[in-house]
Design a protein around this ligand. Structure first.
Ligand SMILES: Nc1nc2c(c(=O)[nH]1)N[C@H]1C(S)=C(S)[C@@H](COP(=O)(O)OP(=O)(O)OC[C@H]3O[C@@H](n4cnc5c(=O)[nH]c(N)nc54)[C@H](O)[C@@H]3O)O[C@H]1N2
Ligand SMILES: Nc1nc2c(c(=O)[nH]1)N[C@H]1C(S)=C(S)[C@@H](COP(=O)(O)OP(=O)(O)OC[C@H]3O[C@@H](n4cnc5c(=O)[nH]c(N)nc54)[C@H](O)[C@@H]3O)O[C@H]1N2
Ligand code: SF4
Ligand SMILES: [Mo]
Length: 737
């Protein structure tokens, strides 16, 4: 396969495919085709680590089914044709204003998918699109993912982006719940080579405890694995909190508010009381509390399995409550806050939740968004403010949102829909126009979002590897022109829409910093790079920051030139304590007992002894998967990466199942291949999400179609505090087929 020509070249850049931000070494041939991808051994953070997805970046890039040009759908015949960029934007400029004029601004909705967290377009240019739409109907994958963590962090620390991560490389004890980094490579904990870091933890004498309804590959690596009934992590954690108080094991080092309230809230949750709900023996709960308190340093970390559950926000809160009570918040080896190099959003006022509510179900906004679990309601329910037009950017909510099948039906009834996406898929097939971004290698890369959650401070900028032809819009330009077109406007010929957006922001930021005169000093090949330069200069290590944290790599302060000179990335040191400076709460203390969370504990208590369903559904991830959109790479699908129902052999026998089973929930019914698996708890079954490609135009994906697990999840069940979707613990009945 690999064809090395005289003009072959090797370049380096960050992998954009998951949160691990690995450095890649990419070899291209003379025609700019990828011939080899390896881990970048000179990256100080990832040190050569790579996974099968990163290694397939070339195959993904070469995918013949990836859209190269815009396509437009004829609604009457439901057929697609290629279009020019001008045609595509003209159509949007004609159709969108008509919908908005007739029904008002709230008739427009925007859905932002997961890859926005991995692109410069998502970080720097989506905000302009949001402003242009000026609708409250904003939705994203965040409410199918980590919103509970952001809400709990917002309420405890005052800023939803101030998220504590386990100090993986230094901790002596890690209690991990609902995460499987051996498959996912980590989440809200940016740590390339997570598996290697866990092995190192054990090698230096540390202890790893994994809590999961499945004995995962991560559990195999642990000192101890505990099965837990889906959706019950808040009970387990409350049992630990209870024990810490009852046995006088607390060691609080931070300035906190609400200590007495959390102490009394924990009283009913004795280890004995929570045992039946969690399935974890009372002695074990007590022992975990004692171990956490006794370890020289310890961290509790809980991820998606615990977020996408009914008490997701309470669980995330209790994680940090335990980190505080055991003296581990903000200390080396505990749970710490990263210091990302680029200037982020400067929050001056404390985070607030529920500043407005959704129209149909009156669900509270969080971080300016409504829960994706109510997007279908807003489209399907008539009345003033009904959503009639949708823009999606890098998302596939028909496969990723709860009750996704219902959402798909809702999309079919929209008046107008535009998608910015690489593929024609289960969601974008409902669009009128699809605007595809260029090749990944044609875009610059910087991880604005993920480096805020890193286990080591680090920065890396990757310029485009392959030049973009002059007439081909970049994704930032697509977003900027889309923003104009939605308002019925067209840029004048020759206008650089991206530069126009950047100029406003650069000027505003310089003005606020009192540096208006220094515009000319910013470096960079274009306005995007100049913006990054500015964010680095004003950031915590920045050349223009008088209080900067000094680092060896840039004694005069960080700027874009330093990153250009260090294409493998720069190490900015181990995490450092940041309290109390990082706090944005009104009290300027860590809030241990925010009222909105205390209120939800009443419900938690009431549910403790509620009758439990016989069988519940959870999800799972596979190392070679990436939500819904990498199933068209032949090397990644098949084998163990298939859409089967994992079910305990005892349940197979009890339910009399053969090769296929019918699985039914309150939302839908599917027929699935049965895969007996003794690594899952009896009474729990697992189906991965992101499948259901029957009828897809993507050749390989269609051959490995699978079913849409989110046809079974229920959009009426959410985490009450954050509005997050509930994917785990869905009651189902299973019958032989
Ligand atoms: N290979 C691969 N990597 C990925 C992705 C992918 O699709 N494939 N997706 C990326 C994305 S978008 C994200 S957000 C991250 C997620 O990263 P992780 O949070 O590590 O996600 P998962 O691997 O799904 O692990 C979740 C675990 O929670 C368990 N679980 C389910 N219900 C419960 C419960 O009620 N309690 C407890 N304690 N555990 C439970 C599941 O069995 C599963 O093992 O992964 C990212 N990385
Ligand atoms: N049942 C169940 N459902 C889940 C989960 C679960 O664990 N269980 N996990 C949830 C989680 S954590 C997440 S994050 C969501 C993900 O939900 P989504 O973000 O809605 O889904 P993805 O499958 O990640 O879709 C990404 C889309 O972006 C496109 N894309 C890829 N790269 C780019 C790019 O550079 N630019 C543009 N414009 N488009 C691009 C892809 O073609 C694809 O259509 O799913 C959630 N859904
Ligand atoms: S672990 Fe994530 S970032 Fe690293 S190579 Fe794999 S997909 Fe890319
Ligand atoms: Mo996610």
């Amino acid at each position: 396969m690999s064809r090395v020509t005289a003009e072959a070249r090797t370049t380096y850049r960050t992998c954009p495919l998951c949160e691990a931000v690995c450095g890649l070494e990419i070899t291209l041939d003379a025609e700019d085709r990828v011939t080899r991808v390896r881990g970048d051994r000179d990256d100080p953070f990832s040190r050569g680590f790579i996974c099968p997805k990163g290694a397939s970046l070339g195959a993904l890039d070469a995918d013949p089914d990836r859209l190269a040009e815009p396509i437009i759908r004829d609604r009457a015949t439901d057929t697609w044709r290629q279009a020019t960029w001008a045609e595509a934007f003209d159509l949007i400029a004609e159709r969108a204003p008509a919908v908005l004029d007739e029904y008002g601004r709230q008739a427009a909705a925007l859905y932002l998918g997961n890859p926005n967290a991995h692109t410069i377009a998502g970080a720097l240019y989506v905000p302009a699109l949001i402003r242009a739409l000026s609708t409250r109907n904003l939705y994203s994958a965040s409410t199918a993912d980590q919103m509970p963590k952001q809400v709990s962090s917002g309420l405890m620390f005052g800023d939803p982006l101030t998220v504590a991560v386990p100090d993986l490389d230094r901790t002596d004890y890690l209690l991990m719940l609902g995460a499987n980094p051996l498959e996912s490579n980590g989440s809200l904990c940016t740590a390339p080579d997570y598996p290697g870091r866990l092995k190192a933890l054990r090698k230096r004498g540390g202890r790893l405890v994994v809590v999961d309804p499945r004995r995962t590959r991560t559990a195999d690596l642990a000192d101890e694995h505990l099965f837990i009934r889906p959706g019950s992590d808040a009970y387990l954690l409350f049992g630990i909190v209870h024990t810490l108080f009852a046995e006088d094991l607390t060691d609080i080092r931070d300035e906190v508010a609400g200590l007495e309230q959390i102490r009394s809230a924990a009283i009913p949750f004795t280890p004995e009381a929570v045992q039946a709900r969690t399935g974890i023996p009372a002695e074990t709960v007590g022992r975990l509390a004692r171990e956490l308190a006794a370890a020289p340093t310890a961290a509790v970390y809980a991820r998606i399995g615990t977020c996408t559950a009914e008490f997701g926000t309470l669980t995330q809160w209790l994680v940090d409550v335990i980190n505080v009570l055991t003296g581990n918040l903000d200390r080396p080896g505990g749970a710490m806050f990263a210091t990302a190099a680029a200037l982020g959003i400067v929050r001056t006022r404390p985070f607030r939740l529920g500043r407005w509510a959704s129209r149909v179900r009156e669900l509270p906004e969080a971080m300016g968004e409504f829960p994706v679990a109510t997007l279908a309601d807003e489209i399907l329910t008539p009345g003033e403010g009904q959503v009639r037009m949708l823009v999606t950017v890098a998302g596939n909510p028909v496969l990723s949102a709860p009750a996704g099948a219902r959402l798909g039906e809702a999309l079919a009834g929209l008046d107008f829909m535009v998608s910015v996406d690489r593929y024609l898929n289960e969601t974008t097939r409902h669009a009128d126009v699809i605007l595809p971004p260029p090749r990944t290698l044609q875009a610059p890369h910087y991880d604005f979002a993920l480096l805020q959650f890193a286990v080591r401070n680090y920065a890396r900028y990757s310029p485009p590897v392959v030049a973009l032809p002059g007439d081909r819009p970049s994704e930032p330009e697509i977003l900027a022109r889309l923003a104009l077109s939605l308002a019925g406007q067209q840029p004048e010929a020759g206008t650089d829409c991206v530069a126009a957006v950047d100029e406003l922001i650069i000027a505003g930021t310089l003005h606020k910093a009192g540096l208006g005169a220094r515009r000319g000093e910013l470096i960079g090949a274009n306005s995007t790079e100049q913006r990054i330069d500015l964010m680095l200069r004003l950031g915590p290590y920045g050349e223009w920051n008088p209080d900067r944290r000094s680092v060896d790599i840039a004694p005069e302060g960080l700027n874009l030139q330093v990153l250009l000179d260090n294409p493998h990335g720069v190490d900015l040191g181990a995490l450092q304590p940041r309290l109390p400076g990082v706090l944005r709460t009104a009290s300027r203390k860590v809030e241990l007992a925010p009222q909105q969370l205390l209120d939800d504990t009443t419900r938690l208590l009431a549910e403790m002894s509620a009758a439990r369903p016989d069988v519940v559904l959870i999800g799972r991830r596979h190392l070679r998967s990436n939500n819904s959109w990498m199933h068209n790479v032949p090397a990644l699908v098949g084998g163990s990466n298939t859409c089967t129902l994992h079910i305990h052999p005892d349940d197979v026998a009890r339910l009399g199942l053969g090769e296929l089973a019918a699985i039914e929930s309150a939302s839908g019914k599917l027929t699935v291949p049965v895969e007996p698996n003794d690594r899952i708890m009896p009474g729990v079954v697992s189906l991965p999400h992101g499948w259901g490609h029957a009828g897809s135009t993507q050749t390989a994906a269609r051959e490995h179609a699978g079913v849409n697990a989110n046809a079974l999840t229920d959009d009426s069940r959410i985490d009450a505090v954050s509005g997050n979707a509930v994917f785990n613990g869905v009651p189902v009945t299973i019958t032989p087929v």
